[in-house]
Design a protein around this ligand. Sequence first.
Ligand code: GLC
Length: 731
Amino acid sequence: MKRILLSLSVIALASCVQQKNAEQWTDAEIEQKITEVLPQLTLEEKVAMCHAQSKFSTPGVARLGIPELWYSDGPHGVRMEINWDDWGHSHWTNDTATAFPVLTALASSFNPDLAYEYGNAVAEEALYRGKDVMLGPGVNIYRSPLNGRNFEYMGEDPFLAGQMAVPYIKGMQKNGVASCVKHFALNNQETWRTTVDVEVSERALREIYLPAFEAAVKEGNVWSIMGSYNLYNGQHCCHNAKLNSILRDEWGFDGCVITDWGGATDTKESAENGLDIEMGTWTNGLTASTKNAYDNYYLAQPYLEAIKKGEIDVKTLDAKVSNILRMMYRTNMAKTLKHGRKGNAEHIETALNIAREGIVLLKNDNKVLPLDKETTMKIAVIGENATRSMMGGGSSELKTFHEVSPLEGIKSHFTKADITYSMGYASGPEIYGWVLPSKLNADSLKRAALSTVKDADLVIYVGGLTKAHQQDCEGGDRVSMDLPFGQNELINDILAVNKNMVMVLVDGNAVTMPWIDNVPTIVEAWYGGCQAGNAIADVLCGDVNPSGKLPYTFPVKLTDNAAHSFESEEVFPGLAAENEAKNHKEYYKEDILVGYRWHETKNIKPLFAFGYGLSYTTFELSNISAKNSSKTISVKATVSNTGDREGAEVVQVYVGKQDSKVLRAVKELKGFKKTKLAAGEKAEVSIEIPVEKLAFWNEETKAWEVEKGKYNVYVGTASDNIAETIEISVD
Ligand code: GLC
């Protein structure tokens, strides 16, 4: 008996090892299979594979057992099921998902290991829900604080965005789920997003707007990329000859180019400029008047006929189908199909950890935080965002099992405190695309809040933005950088009654802070997903020491921002066209000077700087050195936790060229490393920077060039907190 049990356990062990190290097809096997399958497909079958059959699926070839491909949003978790043929929710009862924090929060963690865990967890949930392609991460650059989708992206610095996107993609794709990095490219606003025609210098394109995509392709080996709605130099990005040449010929991308939903606008351009899969073109699928509207897609009947007439080369079709099959052999036709899971403890823990590490402590005068967990004081929690659900925002919307609100988190952590809640202000219901005022009376809400704070020992104000239209939401930009719904007046009125305020901002964008001198404590909590309230309360009570750093600059006022400093429509959001059908020309006149690159070069002091974030403990950098060989710059520094509790610090390395022959930012982020240290502990951090990463794009020679001469290596813990600057020379 014992021998049988022993052998059974050996088999079981072998199978799970086998499962863990599950073999996949080699690249050579995949290319061989593509060669075998392609000739078996009819012209009609090949064309069908290049466009949607429903809102979120493309057909396979049933007679050959080639499966359909299923796509889902979004970057923060697997979206609820959408109808076959329109944007409505299908209202299934089994399509909940773990809601992870927004990618802005992930970027703020400056922790690539968390990004890997993030991608892995989302992929496991995608497998469980039967999805092959996940439409994320988004890596568009934070050019304007008004962009409605900044919360979905990873900030103003292309190096940070790339460093956080690559592990997310690797963590996802190791499960056999394709990541679809988006939106390629220059989709940095929502205003006129399908008709804005961006004119930008080649330098700014290559040094600011493309590097995160380049990293996704070259380092992340991303299996698909989503073309953006807008135009670049007069041609739609979903089928843009120049972008396609950079993507395929320069970067060697071998995956699928997928349109944004409705991003295709021309058959010949789609055929010949590298588009592989057309999704979401506005034909209302099965119910429109035409026979079957999906057949009218640009890459459907019109494409088939053009090939039959010899107007378009069938080679363009075989290239597309090869790319699609390659993505299939990596996903739903992989050698070993992995099984997923969702809503499990590990995913919830991952969501909580990312929310915790993304929180940025902006201000903590006279160390009001952390609060004593055992406190019995009267705490007044004020603000709609203490209870409002933050699962909307457009295509990144989610249906989660349970969303811990900030109020819920505060109550569960401060069990002995006398906590009262008053809403204070109301923003109105969230109807995608519409701004509907609240039915609640603003005065009565304010009066109730002011009477609540009157005899409280502490006020915890939880405000910020919402996921509704013209807030942090797809399909529109914000109309102002100010807090909406009368919050600034309410905050001032509260401060007049009670100065002991802890401010918690729940948002995904920079806001102005006219009250900042009177608010001693400010916590930037972003949208923290299903565990948001626990993460916030963990930080407020000190169970977690905040370690987040800002992934973008908080300007004092909107016109301090580069794109808005010109105060000209042609720079943002683009020139009004004669009529909607015409495109809106937009000129990125700030060129390469985006974010801190602008503020430092123009000497405009920000409210809070890129890379800034406080801690409950203190850190010191020492023994800083920078030595360069012909290939790499090796930076070393000792980080010491000089405070009385554990914490994590992010050493940041920036590099700037002295006396450059071209315009260049004072300094640019080229390396960072997060280090967790116990009280009193110290550690040596080393960061290697390839010399080739110092290059600028030379517009004359149309090539990357590393200038010879002297550079400054800036080592610090924020872009405006540099411990030492070391001069090196590159010859
Ligand atoms: C939307 C978004 C894109 C999303 C797609 C599918 O318009 O721009 O990010 O993945 O369509 O919902």
